[in-house]
Design a protein around this ligand. Sequence first.
Ligand SMILES: [Zn+2]
Length: 404
Amino acid sequence: MDRRQWLGMMGATLVGSSGKPARAAEPRPAQAAQKKGSHIYLSEFQPKSMLKVPVTKIERAKFPVIDVHTHISFAAVNTKGVPMSEKMKFLAEPDDLLAVMDRRNIHTLIDLTGGFGQGLVDTVQKFHKPHPDRFIIFTEPWYPKTNQPGYAQFQADAIRKAHQAGARGLKILKVLGLYLRENVTSGPLVKLDDRRFDPMWEACGALGMPVLIHTADPDAFFLPTNRFNERFEELNHHPSWSFYGKDYPSKRELLEARNRVFARHPRTQFVALHVGNHGEDLADVAETLDRLPNMHVETAARLNELGRQPRNARKFFDKYQDRIMFGTDAVPPPYGNVTPQQIFGDKLYQIYGRFFETEDEYFDYAPAPTPPQGRWQISGIGLPDSILRKVYYQNAARLLKIRV
Ligand SMILES: [Zn+2]
């Protein structure tokens, strides 16, 4: 979850239980486009595929799954993209989540946005304590204190306290690099590899807590929102998702700052979320994995990227089978409704299962009338059992030191 999802969530809350974001009414063309040379709006174009190919229904994952990337809680107060409160908002009840998990063979959910201070304690109490095998909670930095004297040491101590309170890892939102500023919500952007965070990364390494880090965003979000942009519709609906211009660093600068952090803290295990946020360029992710042995990746909200290059993706999974984890970025409804590719529920896990377990071709990567992250379909990569087990749970279990 990040600022845009947070904003979406607030929007969803404002319009009530449907959870649909408010959208201005669009003018419609007067006539259907049956005359030669007439037009329809792109937003109205919902072509139905005439392709007839095998369809495999994956009702249950073949092996138990650890979903390393979900959001079932959030800081209740978020200012300009920065989580500000210890007070949390819980997005679902454990029993409602467990019903879906049991149907789909999801053994464990990792709630990355578990909060800090009392918020973390409350999140552990709500989800982990009653179901220790099923919900694992991560902590987050005290962003509101990052501009105060003594922060570096305070944050390292806070990691130790969070560990005692039950946190199993640390989550870094893209807040670091794109939202957090020198005066927290104003001033120049804080660099991702700023030295004030070094004791925090080191504390995680010393305690065996992996760091799951979201850096930057899709390449298209750093380009102008124009007719050449492959994510035009998405950015047009959500202009605040664009990081083109203003004082934003380039995507390359963000990824390089992230990689410098990984290199500087070799004892700390890092999971670069969303396929290292470079699913468009698996050769680049591979090069970084080769160079940095403490780096891992997971798959959340990037089936659109992996599944549009299934042969390339399959080779990537072969080569890095010990360093890839299953993640979805699932957010329970109605909060997840603004991002159909990550609404927690049966459909989401069925799509992920189909991608990993089958060689089905040309199917939707999200349950939505138009593909929300680029207008294309995906194909499955049909992983063999040995790799499937690693991706579904073994790699995550090793990193988190848990048994499934
Ligand atoms: Zn996320």
